[in-house]
Ligand binder design. Sequence first.
Ligand code: PMP
Length: 438
Amino acid sequence: MTVNANSLDAYWMPFTGNRQFKAHPRMIVGADGMYFKTSDGRDLLDGIAGLWCCSAGHNRPRIVEAIRQQVGELDYAPAFQMGHPKQFELANRLTQLIPGDLNKVFFTNSGSESVETALKMAIAYHRARGEGHRTRLIGREKGYHGVNFGGMSVGGMPANRKMFGSLVSGVDHLRHTHGIAENRFSKGLPLHGAERADDLQRLCELHDPSTIAAVIVEPLAGSAGVILPPVGYLKRLREICDQHGILLIFDEVITGFGRLGAPFAVDKFGVEPDMVTTAKALTNGVIPMGAVFVQDKIYDAFMQGPENMVEFFHGYTYSGNPMACAAALGALDTYEEEGLLTRASELSDYWQVALHSLRDLPHVIDLRNMGLIAGIELEPLPGQPTKRAFDAFLKAYEAGLLIRTTGDTIALSPPLIIEKSQIDFIFDTLTNIIKTLD
Ligand code: PMP
């Protein structure tokens, strides 16, 4: 078949209405700092850090240079039974960033793979300790843990699940904490709803806790529309897990690397899980990579067998890929040199005031924020859910601002290098747009 190289036909785009997009394509052809460049020559302020990942903005010299050097030195090294120095250097750097006992790091290539890895590790960990009966996994409604079968099954996004049959068995869900009326327009953490963590106790009673391997939650749920944990909620989950020998996994694919104003949500909320899944900003989104942080006790449990044995039958061709490691080291250098891992806490008051200036606009039914992340929930247009927010996305694109929408919520998560004048631009633009929505 002969096709025009510029034809839009062959590429099946992910999580995109292909027919709608191909009728009105939006093409990005460049990126620098806080801005994307569109194919029609316009600058687009990046209000969502690409897809919650480009935390240091775009075209950052440290990262560009690290990749350039690496490709000429060692472009690929086999991931199994072989090592290369940058894997070890990166793992060491990362464990210094995260508190507590999370001192071991397993590399993957995406958030979805980090989640699958953590779920498999949890089950295998219990088995290694003689508790092979612990196989059940608990997620939460509205959770997003990627698109692979394990992550989709513990995830709780109905649209992501409904096309794919009965999914992984032995999975149950906590209720989400969204939509509690008293929490509307909370600034920072909402006060009400910590008792929903007791759903875990209920599931322990229902299933027998000795069948449960792990609970996975996003400490702050991003993709479902920026849902913050009620004060005390995560601590309560930790207590129930401890009581019953269940592992707690925090999915920090969005919250990791400074989004909330501290390097990890683990620091921000003062609750240490047994594992933390990450990806996205690990390399500033530049090269696909994920990492699972694991407590020493988990790694140690796998190291008990004979010396010549493989301890964990799991891994990817690109685990700890040299190019990805170089990009991650360049990203960490950038974050550390520019103070980006805590910059969101310096800007969070300004961000919060700017966000809450939208409170009295038409259709706005909730505002949620922490660090440099925000959700603006709009009342659905009767009979046409998601349309209002998606119209806002299209209008913002025309006005030079990239946002993301999920359901009827607008999500914001700009690069952490953002300036106050750019925060003003985001909220002034959105104010004007929301006023014009049907
Ligand atoms: N977990 C969370 C919390 C996420 O936000 C995402 C992606 N938005 C994923 C997992 C999946 O990551 P990826 O798209 O890199 O597979």
